[in-house]
Design a protein. Sequence first.
Length: 79
Amino acid sequence: MQTATTEKLLVDVTEAARMLGIGRTLLYEMLVDGRLGPKPVTFGKRKLFRVAELRAWVSADCPSRQKWIQLQGDHGTES
């Protein structure tokens, strides 16, 4: 049984953009040029973002992907 307080672990591009307060086009641009640290996981043709990683990335002041990967390695949580 799912309750109203159940939090999603993964969100699609539209929801990820909404969470970040940006449009989908900007999210895709940031993904392509390396400004977006978290990379999506792919399920078939769907790209999904980990909610926890998006939150951690924002808490780290939205570093570039290269810096984000370095930070993840420093904490032993690189995936």
